[in-house]
Write a protein that binds this ligand. Structure first.
Ligand code: R5P
Length: 294
């Protein structure tokens, strides 16, 4: 028997995962003391196999929570612990850009591999490595794509869109989406000078009166999207929509994008946000099923 364990701050998707896998769900009780420390209490009678479903935005507190849960589960006799983390933190710092910087991807990856037998996630930001197992050296480390869910959503909601990627990295997602119905696409060129300082240049393509969808994995400050929208506006498209897997949209990012005239902002439930419109839980559930049959 397998059980899904979830937390109060990512409850509905974890329950949905259990439902989709037709296995029971139980919640971990997590209490934060006034000084910021965490106490977790696991349900009793855990089976031999447990799937922990927690997304890792705002990760520092959640990582401690996860380790406490995983270690306690082991001590209670759980043999196989799988982590389903729709958003996987600390993947962007994959080298030391300056002397003395910690390579967070490797350190956090190793930490997770110490506690989990398998780790599954969606669109982790793997820039200089090809496979998630290079960051998380555990038995099975799977990086899945949100693009099937994105494509389904677009097909149902937008007629003949043009898909725009804001930078070279987005090409993989943009191409995967565009090929479904031979939609037009274009990839912009991005230069980042600082957290909130980004320049984007677009190829010369005619977008007048077209429905444009900008696709990216993460929206953090929203500056990448904002600069892309600014480049698109002079072409007078019919609409500009934004679609991302992981929606952070920190500070006033959403307000700024709407102020520019963005029609729709769509995101997946990998991170809970008011823009969530499509789900990646089915994709994760299918991958969990394939793990158990291999
Ligand atoms: C970076 O290459 C990612 O794919 C995103 O484009 C980036 O994380 C977005 O960051 P921001 O919203 O802060 O521009």
């Amino acid at each position: 028997m397998t059980l899904v364990l979830g937390f109060n701050d990512y409850l509905a998707p974890a329950q949905q995962l259990a439902h989709r896998l037709s296995i029971p769900f139980k919640q971990v009780d997590s209490h934060q003391f006034p000084d910021g420390e965490t106490k977790v209490t696991l349900p009793s009678d855990l089976p031999k196999q447990v799937i922990i479903c927690q997304t890792l935005n705002q990760p520092d507190h959640k990582l401690i929570e996860l380790i406490l849960v995983a270690q306690t589960a082991r001590e209670q006799g759980v043999e196989q612990i799988t982590l389903v983390a729709p958003y996987l933190c600390y993947m962007r710092q994959d080298i030391a850009f300056h002397t003395g910087e910690a390579v967070s991807q490797k350190i956090v990856g190793k930490l997770l591999s110490d506690y989990f037998d398998a780790v599954l996630t969606i669109d982790p930001h793997l820039h200089r490595i090809k496979h998630l197992s290079e960051a998380i050296p555990t038995g099975q480390a799977l990086a899945l794509f949100a693009t099937p869910a994105m494509t389904d959503f677009i097909k149902k909601n937008v007629e003949n869109p043009v898909i725009i990627g804001p930078d070279e990295e987005s090409m993989q997602w943009v191409k995967a989406i565009a090929k479904t119905d031979q939609w037009h696409y274009s990839i912009a060129n991005k230069q980042r000078f600082g957290d909130k300082d980004v320049a984007v240049t677009l190829d010369d393509i005619n977008l007048t009166n077209r429905n444009i969808i900008i696709v990216d994995d993460i929206a953090s400050t929203g500056r990448t999207l904002e600069q892309t929208v600014k480049q698109l506006l002079p072409q007078e498209p019919k609409s500009i929509s934004i679609m991302v897997t992981h929606a952070f949209f920190v500070d006033d990012a959403i307000k700024r994008l709407h102020a520019l005239g963005v029609t729709n902002i769509w995101s997946s439930d990998s991170v809970l946000h008011s823009t969530n419109t499509f789900s990646v839980i089915d994709i994760l559930a299918q991958a969990v099923e394939s793990l158990s049959t291999t």
